[in-house]
Design a protein around this ligand. Structure first.
Ligand SMILES: NC(=O)c1ccc[n+]([C@@H]2O[C@H](COP(=O)([O-])OP(=O)(O)OC[C@H]3O[C@@H](n4cnc5c(N)ncnc54)[C@H](O)[C@@H]3O)[C@@H](O)[C@H]2O)c1
Length: 263
């Protein structure tokens, strides 16, 4: 990436591992001050210790993004440290391995947890960061949705609903805040090489290596993605190069959605 984010402050939820980690590192290496929010303290502390050359830095704050007070706490920290949150990446998302179930077998508690972490967190973070962005007449919110928001597969009713909700929320927030110079966008990753996918494969059992080859083959470009692939798109959307883009969602999926069916 060639964009220079020196002077830009970024909050990334679910930032300690997987795609979020890639986003944190991408922005920090491009000069940004990054606040990584996660419930995994060990992984967050480890990420914050990564050497970053230049002006970039990563701080870690333990935060459950499904909790309003934690989201407000993240924006407060970014404000105290750096004067506000310029870019907010609502990246956190879960699909617990014991929740790959038909809808009628999914417990209400599991539904609530998935919706709260995947969807409500984006509302809570938006509510916390928008007042500062309105004051500064500037800001970018980038939501990690999924190809699951566009098409679906069996056994992921809450996850699919949360991702569809994220796409709708993205459009709605874009309209609501465009007049303040605030842009809101979403990215739809295909299969990305992260702990979430590792855990899903392990839970299914069987030949993991063969399952990975099969997953890669589903993507027309013949591989699954890396966190950097998503980070590069997120960074472009946050840059001035995308200053006329808002309310849009973009796939970073190796051509999966172009195939028209992936389940
Ligand atoms: N990996 C994929 O193939 C894929 C595909 C499409 C979309 N996505 C989406 O990308 C995003 C990141 O996925 P990933 O694969 O990197 O997941 P991951 O499980 O590898 O990492 C998610 C991170 O979120 C953290 N987290 C979980 N609950 C949290 C909470 N309540 N508050 C704060 N942090 C919390 C975890 O500790 C972890 O560090 C999610 O929104 C996911 O739905 C992933």
């Amino acid at each position: 990436m060639t964009s220079n984010f020196t002077g830009t402050t970024v909050i990334v939820t679910g930032g300690a591992k997987g795609i979020g980690r890639g986003i944190c590192l991408g922005f920090a290496r491009a000069g940004a001050a990054v606040l990584c929010a996660d419930i995994d303290t060990a992984a967050g502390v480890e990420l914050a210790a990564e050497p970053i050359s230049g002006t970039g830095e990563i701080r870690f704050q333990r935060a459950d993004a499904s909790q309003a007070s934690a989201c407000q706490g993240l924006v407060d920290t970014a404000t105290e440290l750096w004067g506000g949150a310029g870019v907010v990446c609502n990246n956190v998302g879960i699909q617990p391995t014991d929740c790959y179930l038909p809808a009628h077998e999914l417990s209400e508690a599991a539904w609530d947890r998935i919706i709260n972490v995947n969807l409500k967190s984006a509302f809570l973070m938006t509510r916390a960061c928008i007042p500062g962005m309105i004051t500064r007449r500037k800001g970018v919110i980038i939501n990690t949705a999924s190809v699951q928001g566009l098409q679906s597969a069996k056994g992921v009713s809450a996850y699919a609903a949360s991702k569809g909700g994220i796409l709708s929320l993205t459009r709605q927030l874009a309209l609501e805040y465009a007049e303040y110079g605030i842009r809101v966008l979403a990215v739809n990753p295909g299969t990305i090489d992260t702990p979430l996918v590792d855990e899903a494969l392990a839970a299914v059992g069987g030949d993991e290596a063969a399952a990975r080859v099969h997953m890669a083959a589903l993507h027309p470009l013949g591989r699954i993605g890396q966190p950097e692939d998503v980070a590069n798109l997120v960074m472009f959307l946050a840059s001035d190069g995308a200053s006329f883009m808002t309310g849009e969602n973009i796939c970073v999926d190796g051509g999966l959605m172009a195939r028209g069916s992936w389940g």
